[in-house]
Design a protein around this ligand. Structure first.
Ligand code: XIL
Length: 445
């Protein structure tokens, strides 16, 4: 056993000891897989003691610690420009793969893997033990498993219980956007975002801030600015104030969201591009880094997950940022997708991740949902599985976030179709086959 594997096993052992988990050996069809249902949550949640990613900052780049040992990044590449050279990425592909077989000795298969739908009672009560297997599996894989959370839903017990049990990473669905945080110029309202960070802290979950500069959900006062200097000042002030407020409470920020045009030929013709030119993106990242040097700074977009003009554009754009010394640490691939494995295919996503990783950048699947307007839950399961498996296999893929906790509140309801059912838990918080698909992918199955 090499050093990395020993370190991983020790940290897994320590984590299990802290959680009071009883090592249970049991073989089902030669598979021995973790059941965190045997590990009751008391106080510290699974993954909150080392399974997640800690960002400790550093001069120009965040240090990642996924708690799994390893010998640093395999990606190498032109990492130096944004300070990535000093980043230690403790999620080595070999360690993750090797350790899985070691770790499997300490775990058992939960029958619910095969029957996820049985986990919620008909009254909608949640089997938190089963939901927790997701966090535990992500911790074992050295990844974070996240969900977009809406502050207004946290008072619903089943929502909060499910979110806290299943996920160890939170993205505020709307609460940290510009219209929510600065509805009037220089008057900041952090109540919604603060409710999310408090919930996350109570439940041992990490938070990604979303999002500082975006053409959408802008307050009217920003859209009404007609002067480049005024817009630039407003943007820098917004980034500075919001990122400063959440310094230490978020491990990452989606600094700029959806800046590339759908045709992949240019930047989007947003108010920022119109008045400030392409440099607004660099400026936003520099301001975010100055305000929160410890946060991982991400560029986030849709339609750039696999192959094609838009992903090529994003790749060139972030490569240019690195060359200019802009403090960018990674790229978010939103992954709002249908159930077919074609747009984009898992293989294309893997190739795109690999070229971004070769620049020394981290990647995350940042907003995954799989609408099934004309499909079924089993096809959806396969899609979730295959995309999550790509992240689990890529050393610099840090997290998979699904864009919501329950189908009941998906942003796609009535949009893709009446009931696209795009998430891992149904309207009654019962885990769907897709839940099992994500779980299996995190476990390497
Ligand atoms: C969506 C939210 O889910 C909705 O509640 C809101 O009405 C609109 O925005 N890309 C993003 C997210 O980066 O912020 C969007 O979230 C979904 C698309």
């Amino acid at each position: 056993m090499n050093r990395a594997r020993r370190r991983f096993s020790k940290s897994l052992f320590d984590r299990r000891a802290q959680l009071g988990c009883v090592p249970v050996l049991r073989t089902f069809a030669s598979l021995m897989i973790l059941s965190a249902a045997a590990c009751r949550r008391d106080g510290a949640a699974v993954g909150g003691t080392g399974g997640g990613l800690g960002s400790t900052g550093g001069a120009g780049g965040g240090r990642l610690d996924a708690g799994s040992g390893g010998q640093g990044s395999e990606a190498g590449g032109e990492a130096g420009a944004a300070g990535r050279a000093d980043a230690t990425v403790d999620v080595a592909r070999d360690a993750a793969v090797d350790v899985r077989s070691d770790a499997a000795l300490e775990v058992r298969r939960d029958a619910a893997l095969d029957r996820p739908g049985d986990a919620a009672a008909s009254d909608g009560s949640v089997d938190a033990g089963l939901a927790m297997t997701l966090r535990a599996a992500a911790a074992q894989a050295g990844r974070l498993i996240g969900a977009a959370v809406g502050a207004s839903h946290l008072s619903e017990a089943a929502y909060a219980t499910t979110a806290a049990a299943a996920f160890d990473f939170v993205t505020p669905e709307n609460e940290m956007k510009w219209d929510a945080t600065e509805p009037t110029q220089n008057v900041f309202t952090f109540a919604g975002g603060d409710a999310i960070t408090a919930f996350a802290q109570q439940n041992g979950m990490k938070v990604k801030g979303h999002t500082l500069v975006w053409h959408s959900q802008l307050p009217a006062w920003v859209s009404g600015i007609t002067d480049a200097t005024a817009l630039h000042d407003a943007m820098i002030n917004h980034v500075t104030q919001v990122a400063s407020h959440y310094r230490g409470q978020v491990i990452a920020w989606d600094v700029v969201n959806e800046a590339v045009d759908d045709d992949g030929q240019s930047l989007r013709d947003s108010i920022f591009y119109q008045y400030l030119g392409a440099g607004y993106i660099d400026d936003a990242f520099n301001a975010a880094h100055a305000a929160d040097p410890g946060a991982l700074l991400l560029y986030n977009d849709y339609g750039a997950e696999g192959a094609g003009a838009k992903s090529d554009y994003v790749y060139s754009m972030v490569k240019g940022m690195l060359a200019r010394g802009v403090p960018i640490n990674g790229v978010g691939l939103q992954m709002h997708t249908g159930p077919a494995d074609t747009s984009p295919s898992a293989a294309e996503v893997a190739a795109n991740m690999q070229r971004l990783e070769a620049l020394g950048l981290n990647v995350v699947i940042s907003e995954m949902d799989v609408q099934i307007c004309a499909s079924d839950v089993d096809t959806q399961k396969t899609r979730f599985h295959d995309i999550v498996a790509v992240c689990a296999a890529e050393p610099l893929c840090l997290a998979v976030t699904v864009w919501g906790v329950t189908d009941k509140y998906s942003w796609l309801n009535g949009v893709s179709c009446a009931t696209p059912q795009p998430l891992l838990f149904d309207d009654n918080y019962a885990p769907k086959p897709a839940f099992g698909g994500v779980l299996e992918a995190l476990l390497g199955l």
